[in-house]
Design a protein around this ligand. Structure first.
Ligand code: ATP
Ligand code: PRP
Ligand code: MG
Length: 285
């Protein structure tokens, strides 16, 4: 039987979350992360542990059928791969930043400046599109220290909370692209492996939906039910069952993590009591 080969980052920001996604999808691997290849008894799959920079190339070449990698690397490497699923973690952006004491009127600030980056392709394209002539200095890491040591006037790098910029006396002035983890695939994947990939996507979707939602149970006086049901519509509509006490019902539903605190406040104001919240294991929409 065919196995699907998936490339994941060996060690770094993406590795734990990537493996967690497989685990939440019921797929455990038999050999430890120190090996370069791992197999599973739960699913016909082979994991390749790689440097994240190499993943787009391996997937484009078909050495791996699919891979989990940041959108930033996919754009930079510009290899012929397709996005199969957005995975919603490792959210960050690629931005231009300059020493904080500089006045920044607009992009023309960058004319004839030296910019240090690990993403020369994305940066060069952006500069060209905006008719900025600047010198692009490619360095492989610790980009934020480049202006401080006189290597460059500005940087183009990954920003998330912004704390690395602040601690290096820099300020973000232009966001060029946003990024998150992607499941990418080889466009010429064979039908049998595509079927395995579809099964994997189905499981990833269920695990991600469960992670992003909470199961909620509460008690409501019957005369407030209509409003409370509107606040937590759930997947189709909430389950409403009568309590032993006359005039009260128990309402069960699902709430999105992003709206959670806001909805809880609204439910309390609407008269809900005894609110219980619990996490979901899987959610099939
Ligand atoms: N601060 C951050 N917040 C969120 N996501 C991030 C952050 N930094 C990096 N990422 C994302 O995680 C990916 C991996 O980051 P990491 O720092 O582990 O890469 P790396 O050092 O190039 O690793 P490798 O050794 O595999 O080449 C990045 O390409 C980006 O998509
Ligand atoms: O805006 P922030 O939240 O500070 O995140 C941005 C930093 O995170 C990443 O580095 P990481 O911490 O992964 O270290 P690395 O450069 O050694 O990979 C990235 O290269 C930035 O330097
Ligand atoms: Mg890398």
């Amino acid at each position: 039987m065919d196995k699907i080969t998936i490339a994941v980052q060996k060690k770094g920001r993406m590795s734990d979350k990537s493996l967690e996604l497989f685990k939440e999808s019921g797929i455990r691997f038999t050999n430890g992360a120190r090996r370069l290849i791992a197999l599973s008894n739960d699913f016909p799959i082979r994991l390749l542990y790689l440097r994240d920079d190499d993943i787009p190339q391996y997937v484009a070449d078909g050495v791996a059928d699919a891979g989990i990698v940041g959108e930033n690397e996919v754009l930079e490497k510009n290899r012929p791969v397709e996005t199969a699923l957005k995975l919603g973690f490792a959210k960050c952006r690629l931005s231009l930043a300059i020493p904080k004491e500089n006045n920044y009127p607009d992009l023309n600030w960058f004319q004839n400046k030296r910019i240090a980056t690990s993403y020369p392709q994305i940066l060069t394209k952006f500069l060209l599109k905006n008719s900025i002539r600047a010198e692009v200095h490619e360095i492989s890491g610790s980009v934020e220290i480049a202006p401080g040591i006189g290597l460059a006037d500005a940087i183009f790098d990954i920003v998330s909370s912004g704390s690395t910029l602040i601690s290096n006396g820099l300020k973000e002035v232009e966001t060029v692209v946003k990024s998150e983890a992607l499941l990418i695939k080889n466009p010429a994947i064979n039908p049998a492996k595509q079927e395995l990939l579809n099964q994997l996507i189905f499981r990833f979707d269920a695990a991600m939906a469960a992670e992003n939602n909470k199961y909620i149970l509460l008690n409501a006086p019957n005369d407030k039910l209509e409003h409370i049901i509107e606040l937590i519509p759930g997947m189709k509509s909430p389950t409403v069952v009568p309590l032993a006490e006359e005039g009260w019902s128990s309402v069960h539903s699902v709430v999105n993590e992003n709206k959670f605190w806001q909805v809880i406040d609204q439910l309390k104001s609407a008269g809900a009591q005894g609110i219980l919240v619990t996490s979901l294991e899987k959610m099939i929409v």
